[in-house]
Design a protein around this ligand. Structure first.
Ligand SMILES: C[S@@+](CC[C@H](N)C(=O)[O-])C[C@H]1O[C@@H](n2cnc3c(N)ncnc32)[C@H](O)[C@@H]1O
Length: 273
C-alpha cells in the first residue's frame, strides 16, 4: 500500500510539510469545533512538570508549534520522524525552544533509545502508516518507563466521509481512508497487548466549507492521479452546488486520542487465542 511504503512516504508524500499543510488548511479555515486540533491533543498529555516526551512521526512539529506558550519548562521533548525533510522543518520552526527539544531521524519500528527513556510517547496520526504496527508498539512500550503514557491520535471511521464520497467520484480507484488501518474503534484492540488502562477521547465536529479551491488542494495532496481538467471542474461544481444551496458544504469530522499506560507484562497479540 502506497501510504505505508517508506520510500514513498519519505521522498513523496512527506518529503516536506506541504501535503500535510494543504490538508490542515481545510480544517484550520473551516472547522466548527471549539478547540483547535493540536490544542486538543496537547491537553490530553496531562504530564508532571518534569517529563521526558518522545514524539514518533512528528511531521513538521505542529503539536509543539501550536502550543509553544503552554509547554512547561521542565519538559524535554525528543521529536522523531522517518522523513528528514519533515524533521528539518520541525527543527527550523522550533529553534526558539532551545535545548528543551531535540530532533532525530527514526523509524517507529526501530527506535534508537534505551529502555525506559521516556515518560510519554506521542504518536499523532502516524500509526496507520506503519505496516508492522506490532513492532512499533513493542518499541513504544520498550522506551517507556513502567506505567508510562502512550498518546495515540487518529481518526474515527466517519472522518470526512463527504469528502471521501467526492473523492470516489473523481478518483474511483482511491482506496479506503488509510486511517481505517488504525482508527478510534479498532485502535484500542491493537494496543491492548502492550498498553492497559485505555481511554478514548473523541472530538466530533464539522467543516463549513465555503470555497472549492481548498477542497481541490486537499484532494491533490493525496496520492493518485493529479486532478486536472474535467475532474477538477467536477470537484468545483460539486462543492459550489452545495454552497449555492446551503451557504456551505458540510463535511463531518471525527478524530480523537487513545490514552494508554505501559503494561507490566506483554499480553496476547490480537487474533491469537
Ligand atoms: C500524517 S503525518 C502526521 C504528522 C504529525 N504527527 C502531525 O500530527 O501533524 C504522519 C507522519 O508520520 C511519519 N511516519 C510515517 N511512517 C513512519 C515510521 N515508520 N516511523 C516514523 N515516522 C513515520 C511521516 O513521515 C509523517 O511525518
Amino acid at each position: 500500500m502506497q501510504l505505508q511504503d517508506r520510500a514513498y512516504l519519505c521522498q513523496g508524500q512527506y518529503r516536506d510539510g506541504s501535503n500535510l499543510a494543504a490538508r490542515q488548511r481545510l480544517h484550520r479555515e473551516y472547522a466548527q469545533t471549539g478547540v483547535p486540533w493540536q490544542r486538543f491533543v496537547f491537553r490530553q498529555l496531562r504530564l508532571p512538570e518534569r517529563s521526558r516526551i518522545l514524539e514518533v512521526g512528528c511531521g513538521p512539529g505542529w503539536l509543539w508549534r501550536e502550543n509553544r506558550e503552554l509547554i512547561p519548562r521542565g519538559w524535554r521533548m525528543t521529536l522523531t520522524d522517518l522523513s528528514p525533510g519533515m524533521l528539518e522543518e520541525a527543527a527550523r520552526e522550533l529553534l526558539a525552544l532551545g535545548p528543551q527539544v531535540t530532533f532525530q531521524a527514526a523509524d517507529a519500528v526501530a527506535l534508537p533509545f534505551n529502555p525506559g527513556s521516556f515518560d510519554a510517547v506521542v504518536a499523532n496520526h502516524m500509526l496507520y502508516h506503519v505496516p508492522d504496527r506490532s513492532a512499533a508498539l513493542a518499541e513504544f512500550r520498550r522506551v517507556l518507563v513502567p506505567g508510562g503514557l502512550l498518546l495515540a491520535a487518529t481518526n474515527g471511521p466517519g472522518h470526512l466521509s463527504q469528502l471521501r464520497e467526492l473523492e470516489q467520484l473523481v478518483r474511483p480507484t482511491a482506496t479506503a481512508a488509510i486511517s481505517s488501518e488504525f482508527d478510534l474503534v479498532n485502535g484500542p484492540v491493537q494496543l491492548r497487548p502492550w498498553f492497559a488502562h485505555m481511554s478514548v477521547v473523541r472530538q466530533h465536529g464539522w467543516l463549513a466549507v465555503t470555497e472549492a479551491g481548498p477542497v481541490l488542494d486537499y484532494l491533490r495532496s493525496m496520492p493518485g492521479r493529479r486532478l486536472a481538467g474535467p475532474e477538477a471542474d467536477l470537484v468545483r461544481r460539486y462543492v459550489d452546488a452545495a454552497i449555492n444551496r446551503d451557504g456551505r458544504w458540510r463535511v463531518e469530522s471525527e478524530a480523537g486520542v487513545i490514552r494508554g499506560r505501559r503494561r507490566e507484562r506483554v499480553g496476547r497479540l490480537p487474533g491469537f487465542a
